[in-house]
Design a protein around this ligand. Structure first.
Ligand SMILES: [Zn+2]
Length: 227
């Protein structure tokens, strides 16, 4: 989104997570290859061509409550283009739609979607591990089952960053389940299904649909039989 505004090209873009609860630390993060010191990190951020700033980990911005436009009471979710086509009005009640972040980006942008800033550092889009486990287990993120599975996985494999980004998929499959391994594989390769948030409604990122769930579970059953 930022790369579409050439006025931002001279800035180094960093990502920091909210710090309002411990479990949400490092949902977004900056990756450095420096000494662990204030001076070294400052240098990596402030020097334009420093190779010590490797990139960022990012949330999917579509999960935000105001990514797209729309009118929540009517269940109308609009892309910026839909809003323009409908003259900024909800087709069900004719009230003005609530305009979201992407609309503002489209208004300010001087490049098309997909353009990359010349000085850009790479980024990875991640989903918090708790949310991935909750989807795999088909229960809420605050459930006991999810927190137990989450802590168990961290105890066995290492920290959340390692599980999400670095761990071998086969190791995750063995320590968690086939379904979890496949879910993390899809997050890593960006094979996710996104329903952007709008007008106060959180967006959703789905990794595995119910039909595939049966197929993947079926494969699991087959492997269990073989053992
Ligand atoms: Zn409406």
């Amino acid at each position: 989104m930022n790369w579409r505004l050439s006025s931002l090209d001279g800035l180094k873009l960093i990502s920091n997570s909210d710090a309002h609860s411990p479990v949400k630390l490092m949902r977004e993060a900056n990756l450095f290859d420096t000494d662990l010191s204030y001076g070294a990190i400052m240098r990596a951020i402030s020097e334009p061509d420093s190779p010590e700033f490797l990139g960022t980990l990012e949330f999917y911005p579509e999960e935000g409550k105001y990514h797209y436009d729309g009118h929540r009471p009517c269940g109308v979710r609009f892309s910026p283009e839909d809003t323009r086509r409908n003259d900024g009005r909800c087709p069900k009640c004719n009230r003005k739609v609530t305009v979201g972040v992407m609309h503002r980006v489209e208004t300010l942008a001087d490049h098309l979607s997909g353009r990359r800033s010349p000085a850009a550092r790479p980024y990875k889009s991640i989903i918090p591990l708790i949310e991935i486990i909750a989807e795999v287990e088909q229960v809420g993120t605050n459930s006991k089952r999810v927190s137990e599975a989450y802590l168990d996985l961290l105890n066995r494999l290492g920290n959340e960053y390692h599980v999400l980004v670095e761990a071998e998929l086969e190791t995750i499959r063995r320590s968690g389940s086939n379904l979890l391994g496949e879910a993390i594989n899809r997050v890593r390769s960006g094979q996710v299904s996104i329903q952007p948030g709008y007008d106060g409604e959180f967006g959703t990122i789905r990794v595995i649909d119910s039909q595939e769930r049966e197929q993947i579970s079926g494969q699991l059953g087959l492997f269990s039989c073989e053992r």
